[in-house]
Ligand binder design. Structure first.
Ligand code: UDP
Length: 323
């Protein structure tokens, strides 16, 4: 298929493009490079530097490249930042998302895979979290993803625009070519590896008094290659209708366990320091993963935490300055 990938120069988007190309699809990347990197763009993909707000440029691109489906990853994605600056989250993720949907309707492209988030659930009542759990986002980030999911539902009903929303749990790790490089870096594994590489003195542990076995938060870390492969399977859903899936393994590791595993994988001592809880962090987020495995035959191949950290460490050693 010929796919438009918004945010294709970002961490997850670049791996999605890598997997699309490997499976014989054609990819057109549309990214404003506000968070993504030009050098993360695959040479075999066409690249358009553009903003989602520019609906006309999107329509033109969809026509010129005979786009058949969109994988929409462009957006703002940090909970903490969204608490301080909700406006930019609603502008980027909702208003600009609407501009993309307008362009799709104008261009007659009626298939979209949407990068949603476990943040739509907020503080979960039960673990693991299944797709039919209550949606009560506890941050503007989660709220903005929820709002876009709701728009998709009505666009399906009224305009037959088919969607597959993927609620990511914690993307982690690297492919051979692409890894995680954010500025500033807020995510746990890259921050731990900065310490292992001698670029930072210590990693802060945000909260050690959570109601979890060792007091630190538990997350379902998903290898970015497995996560990317879920997008390819999601494209098949669009032939039949619309759906929403969690993308996680159904098991979790605590912050302290991740630090310990990183010490083993890198062979480096990693100093830690206790820090206050980060606002908006739920104690445990673990996906109910049955639906995507059952319906789409998603068969993750990289679920061991040591391999996830190893892949991120390998990428970091090969790319000490990131992109
Ligand atoms: N975390 C931490 N120190 C860091 C970064 C993250 O203790 O330097 C914790 C964070 O509070 C959360 C978990 O690690 O409990 C995963 O955070 P991350 O930002 O990687 O992903 P999120 O769960 O926010 O999507």
């Amino acid at each position: 298929m010929r796919i438009l990938v918004t945010g294709g120069a970002g961490y997850i988007g670049s791996v999605v493009v890598e997997r699309l190309l490997a499976k014989g699809h054609e990819a057109v990347i549309y990214d404003n490079l506000s968070r993504g990197h030009r050098s993360a763009v695959a040479a075999e993909a066409r690249f358009i530097e553009g903003d989602l707000a520019d609906s006309e440029a999107l329509v033109r691109t969809m026509h010129e490249d005979s786009i058949e489906a969109v994988i929409h990853l462009a957006g703002s994605s940090m909970v903490g930042e969204s608490m301080r600056d909700p406006r930019s989250y609603f502008v980027n993720n909702v208003v600009n998302g609407l501009s993309l949907l307008d362009a799709m309707l104008k261009a007659g492209v009626l298939k979209i895979v949407f990068s949603s988030s476990a943040a739509v659930y907020g503080l979960p009542e039960t673990i693991p979290i299944n797709e039919d759990a209550a949606l009560k986002p506890s941050s503007p980030y989660g709220e903005s993803k929820f709002a876009f999911e709701r728009m998709l539902r009505w666009y399906d009903e009224a305009y037959k625009l088919r969607h597959c929303s993927l609620r990511y749990f914690n993307a982690a790790g690297a492919s051979e070519l692409h890894g995680e490089h954010h500025t500033p870096e807020t995510h746990l594994i890259p921050n731990i590896l900065k310490v292992a590489a001698g670029e930072a003195e210590k990693v802060l542990i945000y909260g050690e008094d959570y109601p979890t076995p060792d007091g630190t938060c538990v997350r379902d870390y998903v290898h970015v290659v497995d996560l990317a492969d879920a997008h390819l399977l999601a494209l098949n859903v669009l032939e039949r209708g619309s759906e929403t899936y969690n993308v996680g393994y159904g098991s979790g590791y605590s912050v302290a366990e991740v630090v310990e595993m990183a010490r083993q994988v890198t062979g480096k001592w990693i100093s830690t320091e206790s820090a206050p809880r980060r606002p908006g962090d739920p104690p445990v987020l673990i996906a109910g993963a049955d639906k995507i495995m059952r319906d789409l035959g998603w068969n993750p191949r990289h679920s061991e935490l040591d391999r996830i950290i190893e892949s991120a460490w390998r990428w970091k050693l090969a790319n000490p300055n990131g992109y």
